[in-house]
Design a protein. Structure first.
Ligand code: ZN
Length: 181
């Protein structure tokens, strides 16, 4: 659980990253920024900051901020109630992000699995996204991503987010309690 002080410090830092990316948000959005730490208390290595712009029955858009070394842990978005599951597009706006999906594993991956949680990072096909580059994931595809050395700002466009249904590889992450991306 994040302390209020750490939450506020983290949000202040995330807003600076958005400024570097030239992304303007309102004061109200700053107030409702979220810090995902996945209940692991490893925010420096497993965690990210986000703003949800919209999440309707049909579509969702978010801004994701990852500081250097921060990782979104491996997960997938399964079919729910006849819906095939969430389709996601990640577009790098600033910095660099390494995205991992099923496929030929990178020989020398640029990301490093967070210490102590290595077993829960199982897909290693590497996609490097630099500003202006994007990648679309089919529903139910395992994925995880990590910021490059300077951090990253990533826009996410998707079908509806149904966070509690998401499936994390790490059994300690409880999706009913955590917002996911
Ligand atoms: Zn996802």
């Amino acid at each position: 659980m994040l302390s209020k002080a750490l939450y506020q410090e983290t949000c202040t830092k995330a807003v600076k990253y958005l400024e570097k990316a030239g992304i303007v948000i309102t004061e109200a959005e700053k107030q409702r920024m979220e810090v995902a730490e996945y209940g692991l208390d490893m925010l420096d290595s497993i965690g990210l900051e986000l703003i949800v712009y919209v999440n309707t029955e049909r579509c969702c858009a978010k801004e994701l901020i990852l500081f250097s070394g921060q990782t979104c842990p491996e997960h997938r978005h399964p079919p729910v109630n006849g819906d095939p599951g969430k389709e996601e597009t990640f577009r790098c706006r600033w910095g660099k992000v390494y995205l991992y999906v099923p496929g030929d594993p990178a020989e020398k991956p640029k990301a490093v699995a967070p210490k102590g949680r290595e077993a829960y990072f199982t897909v290693w096909h590497e996609i490097e996204l630099n500003p202006g580059e994007q990648y679309t994931l089919a529903p139910n595809t395992l994925h995880w991503f990590q910021a490059g050395p300077e951090g990253a700002v990533v826009s996410e466009f998707s079908t509806k987010s149904r966070d509690p249904y998401d499936v994390y590889t790490d059994p300690q992450i409880n999706p009913a309690q955590e917002r996911k991306v």
